[in-house]
Design a protein around this ligand. Structure first.
Ligand SMILES: [Zn+2]
Length: 246
């Protein structure tokens, strides 16, 4: 299964909410793009579903991992100028499903932040790469976020307790960007923000500290994406699938 061709991205976006499963997901997939959005004056917020408690590569005591990874994600956000970072409680790394409680929690965040654009992980599995993008938590968060965009957050009769108890009125998100999907066709040139992306990723010490050549690995990956999507030689690009949702 693949996505259809993307829509042309909106040009009048003011607020963006990024919803991802684990600390570091947003930075591997989209930090260069987000750094540009921040520079352009967009207000960007993060909602992270778990604290990445199943991550890491060394002997760090396991109970310290979620505390460490929350701090790493906050530092990574600060490196590219994102000021609002929220974590959900009650979801464990590796066990996330597109459940009704998760849809309700993401709906609450959408109604609170009132974003024009939502960026999340693709709900479609990539059969050519049984790794990163196809982690079940990523697929689950992509699916739950898509359900929260339509119909939950725009339907005032969905999760009525959100309006009744928290005053969170319905909100219609106009556009979704998916990261990590099977056939991304909207490249964003990140050559100018690559240094910021690298700084954000280096903040995830527990996840990348064991890698010998993080910069080389990233340059290779994002140069190939740029080349595949027709950017001039020597450019770096992140890539997305983009759809109108209103
Ligand atoms: Zn992840």
């Amino acid at each position: 299964m693949t996505f259809p061709a993307s829509a042309a991205p909106l040009t009048d976006v003011q607020r963006v909410l990024c919803v991802f499963a684990h600390p570091d997901d947003v930075d591997f997939g989209a930090a260069g793009t987000i750094a540009q959005w921040v520079a352009d004056g967009l207000e960007v917020s993060y909602l992270v579903v778990t604290r990445g408690d199943a991550g890491g590569f060394d002997d760090t005591p396991r109970e310290q991992m979620p505390v460490l990874r929350e701090a790493e994600q906050r530092a990574a956000a600060a490196a590219i100028g994102v000021k609002q970072v929220e974590f959900l409680d009650g979801y464990a790394d590796g066990t996330v499903t597109p459940s009704i409680p998760l849809r309700r929690d993401i709906t609450a965040a959408i109604r609170r932040h009132r974003p024009d654009r939502v960026l999340t992980s693709a709900p479609l599995r990539r059969w050519d790469r049984m790794a990163g993008p196809s982690h079940p938590d990523h697929l689950a968060v992509g699916e739950a976020t898509t359900c929260a965009i339509y119909p939950d957050s725009r339907n005032r009769f969905a999760f009525p307790e959100l309006e009744r108890d928290l005053g969170l009125a319905e909100w219609t998100v106009r556009e979704v960007w998916y990261s990590g999907g099977p056939n991304p066709d909207v490249p964003v040139d990140i050559t100018g923000t690559f240094g910021l992306k690298l700084a954000a990723l280096r903040a995830h010490v527990s996840q990348v500290g064991h890698l010998d050549d993080l910069e080389g690995m990233l340059r290779g990956r994002f140069a190939l994406l740029a080349q595949t999507l027709g950017l001039p030689d020597g450019r770096l690009a992140e890539a997305f699938s983009v759809f109108a949702t209103a």
